[in-house]
Design a protein around this ligand. Structure first.
Ligand SMILES: Cc1ncc(COP(=O)(O)O)c(C=O)c1O
Length: 410
């Protein structure tokens, strides 16, 4: 029996290889802006380190020296050793939540809005999206979840785990709010609650949701709540780096604002900004929070260190926007997500270069790697069939010359 399972797995792996969808862990070392792949230094244009903080060794040295100056009793621990509900809660974690809350409220105040949100820190964006929807839908309330067709796998898994018989979910066409509105119109009166779920910047297409339009839709139906995953927008957009909701002045209208620290923050972890009662409910019902060891306090200390700098990184955000726009404009329409020829404006640092089939995508990635760029192919099932692509990602440590060199290779 054991053998036959192994043989079947081997045969399934061989099928993946035949379809050029076989995944392997790469052999990598990191050196500032470069990765060393099989002995060769390549400029990293594949990570989510949008502000380039992950490879900033001076910043890391500054943090370590700060930690080194603390007395041993105040040095952040290397492990939380249990869930937050047992002994894993810690002053670093509570301070992080308070500082995130202050970040939110100062952004709101700057925009002369009034709103109050509480913050719950979580172990990762994956944990967040996996746990929030199932926890929110445990009450006996007939609920319809409407999610963008391109939302991240973690959100899809969260919807799948929302197993109450009273919950249904549907996917609307990507950023197609007329399609979304049709689902809302068709929801019968017995539906008490409609949760619209979207990313603010889409991880593979790099385009933005129209949060103002979603807020407008919400204003027409009191049953609607908005869940926005800002994983790729935090640190990148907004005056103080809080994301697309900050940039579009929609912070106060979003019920569940999720962000992650594993990308522009160059750290690990996630948060949800929401009503205080919702926070208390999540503490009581969210399984990835209850049943997983909290992140090490040393990680939270690093996240706090980056958070303190986040509002001051406006120049880096502006440089990132300029690089990303230059790159997007240089991409031939045949290789863009949409064939629209109108002026390309800044969407995000994620610039997909679409090739369609796996073989040409692998060949293009190889060509870019031969030219000194660590560019990676993204294939189905991560992206829809026939949309295999190179996911080009800009970061604030790249120069205009780097960008020009890359453009010459496209
Ligand atoms: C939109 C989105 N949400 C959540 C996640 C998961 O975040 P994390 O890496 O912190 O688990 C990702 C990861 O790429 C993502 O793209």
């Amino acid at each position: 029996m054991q053998n036959s399972i192994t043989e079947r797995l081997q045969s399934a792996l061989a099928d993946l290889k035949a379809k050029q969808q076989y995944r392997q862990l790469p052999n990598l070392k990191h050196d500032g802006r470069h990765v060393i792949s099989y002995g060769k230094a390549l400029l990293n244009i594949a990570s989510n380190d949008y502000l380039g903080l992950g490879g900033d060794t001076e910043l890391q040295a500054e943090f370590l020296s700060k930690v080194g100056q603390l007395s041993t009793t105040h040095t952040p621990k290397m492990s939380a050793t249990s869930s937050r509900l047992l002994t894993g809660n810690d002053i670093q974690l509570e301070a992080l939540e308070e500082e995130l809350q202050n970040w939110y409220h100062s952004a709101i105040e700057k925009q002369s809005l009034t709103d109050s949100k509480s913050v719950l820190a979580l172990n990762s964006g994956y944990h967040a999206n996996l746990g929030i929807l199932p926890a929110l839908t445990t009450l006996p309330v007939k609920t319809l979840i409407l999610a963008d067709k391109l939302v991240h796998a973690s959100i899809i898994d969260g919807m799948r785990l929302s197993q109450s018989k009273l919950v249904t979910y549907c996917r609307y066409r990507h950023n197609d709010y007329e399609h979304l509105a049709k689902f809302i119109e068709q929801a019968d009166e017995t539906v008490e609650r409609i949760i619209i779920v979207t990313e603010s910047i889409f991880s593979m297409d790099g385009d933005r949701a129209d949060l103002a339009q979603l807020v407008h839709l919400k204003s027409r139906d009191a049953r609607i709540e908005l869940y926005v995953d800002e994983a790729h927008a935090v640190g990148v957009l907004g005056d103080t780096g809080l994301g697309l909701a900050e940039e579009t002045h929609t912070l106060a209208d979003i019920d569940y604002l999720v962000g992650t620290f594993g990308k522009a923050f160059a750290s690990i972890g996630a948060y949800i900004m929401c009503d205080e009662v919702v926070k208390q409910w999540l503490i009581n019902a969210m399984r990835p929070l209850i049943f997983s060891t909290a992140l090490p306090p040393i990680n939270h200390a690093w996240t706090r260190f980056i958070l303190a700098k986040m509002p001051t990184l406006a120049d880096q955000r502006a440089h990132l926007a300029q690089l990303s726009t230059t790159l997007s404009q240089a991409i031939d329409p045949r290789h863009r997500v949409s064939l629209a020829l109108e002026d390309i404006h800044y969407e995000s640092p994620i610039v997909p270069y679409i090739l369609g089939d796996n073989a040409s995508t692998l060949a293009k990635a190889q060509q870019l790697q031969d030219a000194g760029f660590y560019a990676l192919p993204i294939r189905p099932p991560t992206v829809p069939a026939n949309t295999a692509r190179i996911r080009l990602v800009m970061n604030a440590k790249l120069t205009n010359e780097d960008c020009e060199r890359l453009i010459q290779q496209l």
